[in-house]
Ligand binder design. Structure first.
Ligand code: MN
Length: 290
């Protein structure tokens, strides 16, 4: 076992707001000022858990563009219907992950799934934005619809099970293809559960408590509200212990050491590239929804 990673600090959500009329989110960064220390990640929104009554029209976000990065949607409860200008469409069910590389630009809409809309119920998901290095910001869009069955499960201990979305744990490999090294692990813990993660060196890491109560490395307690523990790049071992049923997301990645220029749904390296993105979107060069 390697040395333990150090917890540098713990942050809470910096803002709470609605994205469209379907996603009541708490933002775990960057609204709280966390930025370069969690590169390559740009943003994490945690939607719900919230009960929606049955409805006839799907709630969500209408047609909007993205350029220069990837959006990763993890569904926990309820479902999300997606369709985009690159011709991709699908429903993200609980346990599934959609890894959408916007790169040079897509236009898409994100709505509650039709069956979920009609039946109502509890909705819970995460959307994570992963930056792309300059060399790939204008590459072709890509779409990975990763189903729950494709995600390997790894026991971390007793009552602590990992679903490996991206990166490696021992001999297990996550199915997501990434442009730079990224680790993404969905950890489900039972009350009294405990487990150990061996994480790779050279990546920034955050341990995000979505709900429940978890102690990191025997000392840092996160409980109640969503929290993120930022970890030192050195060392590799992280110990998790849960005092109640908990949902944890571990994210890591090699920092992209480039300037970040962002304007709403566009994340580039320079202001000139942002102006070009706005112009290209307005001119329809990111496509349209059919
Ligand atoms: Mn979007």
């Amino acid at each position: 076992m390697s040395e333990m990673k150090q917890v540098l600090r713990v942050v809470g959500a910096g803002s709470q707001h609605w994205v469209g009329d379907g996603f009541p989110v708490r933002n775990l960064f960057p609204s709280n000022g966390v930025g370069a220390e969690i590169s390559p990640f740009l943003m994490l929104d945690y939607a719900g858990p919230k009960v929606f009554e049955p409805a006839t029209e799907p709630r969500g976000v209408d047609e909007h563009p993205h350029r220069g990065f990837e959006t990763v949607t993890i569904a926990y409860q309820g479902s999300v219907d997606h369709r985009d200008s690159a011709g991709n469409a699908g429903t993200i069910h609980p346990g599934d992950v959609q890894w959408m590389t916007a790169a040079s630009g897509v236009v898409h809409e994100e709505k509650h799934g039709q069956a979920f809309t009609a039946a109502g119920g509890t909705f819970e998901m995460v959307q994570l934005w992963v930056n792309l290095p300059a060399a790939f910001k204008m590459s072709k869009p890509r779409y990975q619809g990763i189903t729950s069955a494709q995600i390997p499960e790894v026991a971390l201990g007793t009552g602590a099970d990992a679903r490996l979305i991206a990166g490696e744990i021992g001999a297990a490999h996550g199915p997501a293809k990434t442009f730079t090294p990224v680790t993404l692990i969905d950890v489900r813990m039972a009350a009294g559960g405990a487990g150990t993660l061996e994480l790779p060196a050279g990546q920034n890491f955050g341990v995000v408590l979505l709900r429940g109560s978890v102690t990191v490395n025997g000392a840092t307690v996160m409980s109640g509200e969503p929290r993120m523990a930022l970890l030192s790049p050195g060392g590799g071992t992280v110990e998790l212990a849960a005092s109640e049923e908990s949902l944890v997301l571990v994210l890591g990645g090699a920092a992209i050491d480039e300037p970040v220029a962002s304007y709403g749904p566009f994340v580039m390296n320079t202001q000139a590239e942002l102006r070009q993105a706005v112009e290209d979107f307005r001119a329809g060069r990111m496509g349209r929804l059919a």
